[in-house]
Design a protein around this ligand. Structure first.
Ligand SMILES: [Zn+2]
Length: 256
């Protein structure tokens, strides 16, 4: 699991190029020759140039595809207690009473939901996404973006009101290398509930807030509750439970 996205990208790379060498050697040198003798482009050079461009494009696609395919909120890997050291604590029996089976599976057992199974993936209104376990604000809608993975995705977590240097989302303590390669688990800092994972591939999402932070928080919608900013005046709080399915299928339909 630790490097599954990298491994898949590597195999896709091999699939497209036959071998690592074939990408860098003959076609790459032809590219250099073509640039330096652009006045006399032979059909062979032209073919080589197109071939290199095609290979580069496919390499980029395979790397992106590999990242998206496997960089999902994984089943939590960390063995660290979800209770000890957290401000909000309950016994497992109490949690089971308070949470739905889906919320409990994600928050307390470190499970993950299926892509496009949460209503919050498509939630685009302004508001706050709070922890379904303890109500702590975890993500602002300003940081939400559509990653195409099927999980609600955010560029940054909400910061603590008491300490603006600390976010309300705790990141698993892993090496920089592991984080860059396979991401890290993220939890609610208040109750220790599992939320999903954070990945260092924000750069793959230009035009979204993730491109600026370089991070993609890939979150199980079932761990969250959405509270819209615009509340009706009747005093009743409107909120959306993330363990609900979408009203209709949010899965994109590809047409050939
Ligand atoms: Zn919480």
């Amino acid at each position: 699991m630790a490097s599954s996205s990298t491994i898949i990208s590597f195999f896709l790379f091999i699939f497209f190029f036959g071998s690592v060498d074939s990408f860098f050697t003959p076609a790459a040198s032809s590219w250099g020759r073509l640039q330096s003798t652009s006045l006399a482009v032979s059909p062979q050079d032209d073919w080589n140039a197109k071939n290199v461009m095609f290979r580069r494009e496919m390499m980029q696609k395979s790397l992106t595809f590999g990242a998206l395919l496997t960089a999902s909120p994984a089943y939590a890997r960390s063995a660290k207690s979800r209770t000890t050291g957290y401000d909000v604590q309950h016994t497992e029996a109490e949690w089971a009473q308070m949470l739905s089976p889906q919320q409990s599976f994600i928050l307390r057992q470190g499970g993950t939901e299926s892509p496009y199974s949460s209503i919050l993936e498509g939630e685009d209104r302004a508001g706050l996404f709070v922890c379904a376990g303890c109500g702590t604000p975890l993500f602002n809608s300003k940081e939400k973006f559509h990653s195409g993975t099927g999980w609600p995705s955010y560029a940054a977590p909400t910061m603590s009101k008491s300490n603006p240097d600390v976010s309300n989302v705790e990141m698993e303590d892993v090496s920089t290398f592991q984080y860059q390669l396979a991401g890290a688990e993220v939890r609610c800092r208040t109750c220790g509930g599992h939320l999903g994972d954070v990945f260092a591939d924000g750069f793959l999402f230009p035009g979204t807030p993730a491109f600026a932070t370089g991070k993609r928080y890939c979150i199980d919608g079932g761990a969250l509750i959405f509270v819209p900013n615009n509340q009706s005046a009747d005093g009743e709080l409107e909120f959306v439970r993330g363990d609900l399915p979408p009203a209709k299928s949010a899965r994109p339909v590809f047409q050939g």
